[in-house]
Design a protein around this ligand. Structure first.
Ligand SMILES: [Zn+2]
Length: 235
């Protein structure tokens, strides 16, 4: 490692978990692995299509380290008073086979990966609806940084929004999301439709110093999709 101070794994897990919770009111193991940069979004997509035997194969670290992160995640969720909800993950194939997470396939490990941690602030009805979106695709989370003086670890550039990866923040240009348009939160109908029409999207969160947690700011969607939905709503 160069002179850069290493951020402890517990802090990285908590940061990823906080951002994911703000983005959609629950957190999954996949959100953590994505959020700390051990897993690529594209790999999760391939796994969901049944092209990878087990998710751990695509995680860029060793098994003891993964299990340490999962233990930290569980501790974080329990400390927050989140509710555990086991969620079915099935492949997006005609067979809809159950997706495997771990190399070992051990039932307890599989169950811990499948467990989503849900905010108790949600009503029971909303929690049920979340559970129904079984095996829901993970959300990409983009962070609106409080401090604008940051440097992309890949290209040395900067930008309005960033995504966290293991070596540090990365700009949206480097992850191929810089063409997306920002849609501020507030209009539920517009948001829902734009998200459905857009092939790619990311949730934008920002840390609130006063509340001490990340809060959802809006969505990044494809500009063509947004324009089309806006036109349809005017009509
Ligand atoms: Zn960059």
């Amino acid at each position: 490692m160069s002179g850069r101070k290493r951020v402890p794994l517990a802090d990285r897990v908590a940061e990823a978990a906080d951002a994911a919770l703000a983005a959609r009111h629950f957190v999954s193991a996949i959100d953590i692995l994505l959020g700390i940069g051990w897993l690529e979004f594209q790999a999760v997509e391939r796994w969901r299509r049944g092209e990878i035997d087990c998710l751990e194969e695509a995680v860029r670290t060793n098994l003891p380290r993964i299990s340490e992160a999962m233990k930290l995640f569980r501790g974080w969720a329990m400390a927050r008073g989140l509710l555990a909800s086991e969620t079915a993950y099935v492949a997006r194939t005609p067979q809809r086979q159950v997706l495997r997470f771990s190399v070992s396939g051990h039932p307890a490990i599989e169950a811990s990966y499948r467990t989503h941690w849900v905010s108790p602030e949600l009503s029971e009805k909303k929690r049920e609806r979340l559970a129904e979106k079984a095996g829901l695709a993970p959300e990409l989370v983009a962070i609106l940084p409080l401090n604008s003086a940051w440097t992309c670890h890949r290209c040395g550039g900067t930008g309005d929004l960033l995504k966290m990866e293991t070596p540090g923040p990365v700009c949206l240009r480097c992850v191929g999301l810089d063409d997306l348009a920002f849609l501020p939160a507030g209009d539920a109908l517009l948001t829902r439709r734009a998200k459905a029409k857009s092939a790619r999207h990311a949730v934008v969160v920002r840390f609130s110093r006063t509340r001490g947690r990340y809060e959802r700011q809006g969505l990044l969607v494809e500009p063509q999709a947004l324009a089309q939905v806006q036109r349809d709503l005017v009509r």
